[in-house]
Design a protein around this ligand. Structure first.
Ligand code: SF4
Length: 416
């Protein structure tokens, strides 16, 4: 387990793994320690007590689009405030987004999410995709859709192939672990999701799985892993269930989370049948720790803005979960693409209260938390929804997702 000294970057990584396709290489790594002196970045960059927003570079390589606010399911842990309303996005909004992508320096990942995108219907979804037909836009855009898979049919598969979509399917494991993903009438959704996945497979479409792990599935890591592997997914992504408001009935302890990660790691290590997003991310961080000086290269000071655009053109940044949320009288909306260009909106977003607060929170995390090199400062939405402040630091989410994961994997490695 990682120790407690604050002036130490990483106390001990006795060995680590580099994931390289299906090959795993073990390497011995010398302990990396800090002498406690203030780093160059610290001296030049951010003052104590607050982050200068000029010290952070804001980038946009990912845009989230909400083609519809509606979802055909009613999962117990859903956070979407407007999932009962069937607003659909106007194609004028995707035209505005394409104007932005045309001028962007970096390729853009467009994630269709925030509601069940497939409940938009194929004809309307095609009208939203029309502006992306332009050759230049096509060459600069990758599409990813996050779906519950219950509405997939041949027409959707055709569309996915035509636009080369990457697919993320939400399913929590075998039927006994998927009991909180229900229809609006309260019926199970597992069989329909499996039918949708079968159609993807028959059409040669690759997909990843995102599984939410709650109290009831914490002891079923192996079952979950084997299910997703045998489903034919390329990658398993784990979301440990997040704490909502004052509801403590579903609070998962760090011990429970560590137990889950250890069991998942052991199951995965036995055959490495598929990638697991969280392990790949962890190994990348380990590589970076070993090969670079994370503090001095300043890469932690790049903030991905992730503009999320609602069906009406409203833009929130940093976390899609901010759509439709308000902090007292303040809104998270930083503009509307029907009124101003996305480029202008993103430029002025640097003046927005929660972007400044987030930068402050990252700087606090960097100073206070030795897991920062793995985590990079956490998610704005978790900090806000759990602690009431975007500028805060530790959350249940980061304890269970980032810290418990690092501790569990290092512990397993140390005993090998
Ligand atoms: S979000 Fe949590 S794990 Fe990440 S750096 Fe901040 S306190 Fe540490």
């Amino acid at each position: 387990m990682i120790g407690d000294a604050c002036n130490t970057k990483i106390l001990r990584i006795s060995n680590y793994l580099t994931f390289n396709g299906n090959k795993v290489t073990k390497a011995f790594v010398q302990p990396i320690t800090r002498d406690g002196n203030q780093s160059e970045v610290n001296k030049r960059g951010i003052c104590a007590g607050g982050a200068s927003r000029r010290a952070f570079k804001l980038i946009t390589t990912e845009i989230v689009l909400q083609p519809t606010s509606f979802c055909n399911l009613n999962c117990h842990y859903c956070y979407l405030p407007d999932k009962d309303r069937s607003h659909r996005m106007d194609p004028e909004i995707t035209r505005r987004v394409c104007d932005h992508i045309r001028k962007a320096e970096e390729p853009t990942l467009v994630l269709w999410h925030c509601g069940e995108p497939l409940s938009t219907g194929v004809p309307h979804f095609r009208s939203l995709l029309e502006p992306f037909e332009d050759d230049l836009i096509r060459s600069k855009t990758r599409h990813l859709v996050q779906t519950n898979a219950t509405l997939i049919d041949e027409a959707w598969c055709e569309l996915f192939k035509q636009y080369n979509f990457q697919l993320g399917v939400s399913i929590d494991g075998p039927a006994n672990l998927n009991t909180r993903r229900l229809t609006r009438a309260g019926h199970e959704t597992h069989s329909k999701a499996l039918m949708g996945i079968e159609l993807l497979r028959r059409n040669g479409l690759k997909f990843s799985v995102i599984a939410v792990v709650g109290k009831e599935s914490l002891k079923s890591a192996k079952e979950l892993y084997l299910f997703v592997r045998d489903l034919g997914a390329e990658m398993l992504c784990i979301n440990i269930e997040e704490t909502e408001g004052i509801n403590r009935s579903q609070v998962i302890t760090a011990d429970e989370a560590r137990g889950f990660w250890k069991a998942l790691y052991n199951s995965w290590e036995a055959d490495m049948g598929i990638s697991i997003r969280e392990f790949s991310k962890l190994f990348n961080s380990m590589d970076r720790i070993v090969k670079t000086d994370y503090e001095l290269d300043g890469s932690y000071r790049t903030i991905e803005m992730i503009p999320t655009i609602s069906t009406r053109g409203d833009v929130v940044v940093l976390s899609p979960e901010f759509l439709g949320m308000e902090k007292q009288s303040q809104s998270f909306v930083v503009g509307n693409v029907l009124a101003r260009s996305l480029e202008q909106i993103l430029k002025s977003a640097t003046d927005y209260w929660y972007v400044r607060d987030y930068a402050t929170g990252i700087e606090r995390c960097r100073k206070e938390c030795q897991y920062f090199v793995f985590c990079g400062g956490g998610y704005a939405s978790n900090k806000y929804f759990e602690n009431g402040e975007v500028s805060s630091t530790e959350t249940h989410f980061c304890r269970n997702k980032d810290k418990a994961l690092v501790e569990a994997v290092l512990e397993v490695m140390e005993h090998e």
